[in-house]
Write a protein that binds this ligand. Structure first.
Ligand code: NAD
Length: 489
């Protein structure tokens, strides 16, 4: 694949250092900007406007005005525009992947996969636009008919995180537009360019002004306006549970629909009868992808007594072979962490584990490359009193807990307030169904470590959130049901 320089990406018009409101590229009202750095080199890659409530208010007004005509377009028209957007991403995968690596740090091959996944989500919802069907229900009255229609909810506010800055937004923007909604987007300040990219794409494919608006700036100020403004009928948020709960509370007064894709603390259970090779390879992909900064990453490995030592040894061997480096370097399997705060959190979790008897089998410290690079780490003898057992580490650390019986494994996996993803490895069919039923989680990978795809519903239970993204269900949150009782027949 071809790698592009920052200058090439900027010259091609993909990286925009402005906000997009009502079809115009604009600066913050007071001219304030915020610097965005490459996590691998800690060098400045660009500046974004730092906007607040006033600009957000204007973007919402523009989206409300555009809603009147956009909601009246045909499903075929909306599907066509979204299909063109997906194709545009596919036609430019390499240059867009380079942009993603510059701002987020992940290896270019992973960045390319993320871009492709985003295009797949857009394509999926382009197709779903034409399947927003109504219903005719058997009526209890002889002279009446009951009709149920589905209508777009109105203006949507979308707030997204930095770990998958393109694909996380694709499963918000695409269903919103497919349903006939308009949208105001606020990407993470650490990775704003993949969010602003949606405005570039919307402009290029000819989506009308006001339908897609993208703001960068103060999360608290933009979020306060998006939640308080009665014109916004739905908030879709992906990010931490802390901010998700805040937005949930703030949305109460205006009674908005909500989708919350929040934090995880995924368990992987490896049973004695697991295929060891499969478990180790999937553990690597499921844990160390994106340097462990994935909401569905395994945070806790529960390994049964009989296979524990073999699994620990094989995982350690494999982790020690992993190549850490700049995402643009050939063969890099693990890039940098997003920033110094992320590194400090990883260090704190490791120190806590060590102080409580955890044994470092691999890694354990900052990488010799400096910046925010961290050694892929394996810790054995993890115990429930360690911070890593309760909190999402969001870094390249695999903590191995030992358990004896199936019941113990299940109870340990469920001993968290989170419930996003879980994984287990077994070759026993009866156990597969027993354990799948017992695990409290929105998604379960069985003998599989990477499970995200547009065809399947993505989302969690408990403190991991509400609502589902992707699949045939992912558009429902952008629609209201309307019941028509047709009398006098
Ligand atoms: P974060 O909650 O700190 O930030 C997410 C977004 O919210 C950013 O755009 C940020 O600017 C904005 N924000 C911050 N404070 C705000 C406020 N007061 N009001 C409104 N918006 C505000 O999360 P993050 O660090 O960007 O992302 C990592 C977290 O996201 C992890 O917990 C991870 O598990 C979670 N995540 C979940 C999923 C999922 O699908 N469930 C996917 C990816 C990431």
């Amino acid at each position: 694949m071809t790698r592009y320089t920052l200058e090439q990406i900027k010259a091609a018009g993909w990286l925009k250092e402005a906000n997009y409101i009502d079809g115009r590229w604009v600066a913050a009202d007071d001219g304030r900007v915020y610097g965005v750095d490459d996590p691998a080199t800690e060098k400045r890659i660009g500046e974004i406007p730092w906007v607040g409530a006033a600009e957000t208010h204007r973007a919402i007004d523009a989206a409300q005005t555009a809603f009147t005509s956009w909601s009246m377009t045909t499903a075929g028209e909306r599907a066509g525009l979204l299909g063109r957007m997906a194709q545009l991403v596919r036609d430019n995968l390499d240059i867009l992947a380079s942009m993603l690596t510059f701002e987020q740090g992940k290896p270019v091959a992973e960045a390319r996969n993320e871009m492709k996944l985003g295009a797949d989500y857009i394509q999926w919802f382009a197709e779903e636009a034409r399947r927003i069907n109504g219903e005719i229900v058997p009526s209890p009255w002889k002279d009446r008919q009951i009709l149920v229609t589905r209508e777009p909810v109105g203006v949507v506010g979308a707030i997204s995180p930095w770990n998958f800055p393109f694909s996380m937004l694709s499963r918000k923007i695409a269903p919103a537009l497919a349903a006939g909604c308009t949208i105001v987007i606020k990407p993470s300040e650490f990775t704003p360019f993949c969010g602003l990219l949606y405005a570039v794409l919307a402009e290029k494919v000819g989506i009308p002004a006001g339908v897609v608006n993208v703001l960068t700036g103060d999360g608290a100020a933009v979020g306060a306006e998006l939640t308080a403004n009665p014109l916004v009928r739905k908030i879709t948020f992906t990010g931490s549970t802390r901010v998700g709960k805040l937005l949930y509370k703030q949305s109460a007064d205006t009674m908005k629909k909500l989708s919350m894709e929040l934090g995880g603390n995924a368990p992987t259970i490896v049973f004695d009868d697991a295929d060891l090779d499969l478990a180790v390879e999937n553990a690597i992909a499921g844990k160390f992808r994106n340097s462990g900064q994935t909401c569905v990453c395994t945070n806790r490995f529960y390994v049964q007594d009989g296979i524990y030592d073999a699994f620990a040894e094989r995982l350690t061997e494999r982790v020690q072979q992993m190549k850490v480096g700049n995402g643009f370097d050939d063969g890099t399997e693990q890039g940098p962490l997003i920033n110094q705060a992320a590194v400090k959190k990883v260090e704190a979790h490791i120190q806590d584990a060590q102080s409580k008897g955890g044994r470092i089998l691999a890694g354990g410290k900052r990488h010799a490359l400096g910046a925010t690079f961290f050694e892929p780490t394996v810790i054995a003898d993890a115990t429930p009193d360690m911070v890593i057992a309760h909190e999402e580490t969001f870094g390249p650390v695999a903590a191995l807990f030992r358990f004896k019986t199936e019941r113990e494994g299940i109870d340990a996996a469920n001993s968290t307030e989170f419930g996003l993803a879980a994984y287990f490895f077994t070759r026993d069919l009866a156990r597969t169904f027993r354990v799948a039923r017992a695990i409290q989680s929105g998604m379960i990978g069985i003998n599989a470590g990477v499970i995200t795809t547009p065809e399947a519903p993505f989302g969690g239970v408990k403190d991991s959130g509400i609502g589902r993204e992707g699949s045939t269900h992912g558009i429902e949150d952008y629609l209201n049901l309307k019941y028509l009782s047709l009398g006098g027949l």
